[in-house]
Ligand binder design. Sequence first.
Ligand code: FAD
Length: 147
Amino acid sequence: MDMPTIRLLYASVARPELRYDDLTAILRSADTHNSAAGITGILCYGGGRFLQALEGERRAVNVAYRRIIVDPRHSGCELIACDEITRRDFPDWTMKLIGWDDVPTAERRALLLQHTGSAVFDPFRFSGAQATQFLAALGRMERAEAA
Ligand code: FAD
């Protein structure tokens, strides 16, 4: 049997002194490892919180997640959703970073409100379905803006 493909979502608290350089270092290492492991996803950062989706073969996603949760650049990783999927939401991104603090556009705010019922980006309060739908919609919006 083929290894199932899954999508795993977790929330975490960024280390308080996290800087922009740390985010670029995280992305560099994510790009390297994820492209080798066939993992795609999105990483949303705002208000000192992370919300990340990792998509890929179940074993590869577990290996990445085990590495990520012990990273001292964040803490308190909380699993929000883990589903078997037949289609990826972020097939074109080894890891797309969305800075929620940088560009609080009206469109992004509306999207957050629509999918989570909250105007504040606090992923620990999202249900699995809310977080999944919010990130998928955010991905679609980013792709449309870039086109
Ligand atoms: P390096 O990147 O060289 O790191 C070696 C070790 O040092 C690791 O244990 C790392 O945690 C630690 N480290 C590195 N820089 C710092 C620093 N500035 N301060 C403190 N400790 C540091 N990795 C992925 O492969 N895919 C992902 O999608 C992914 N997403 C991430 C999302 C978040 C929110 C965070 C915080 C990390 C993420 N990472 C991701 C990074 C992951 O946690 C590991 O650091 C990385 O996979 C290890 O890469 P490496 O073996 O090349 O070691």
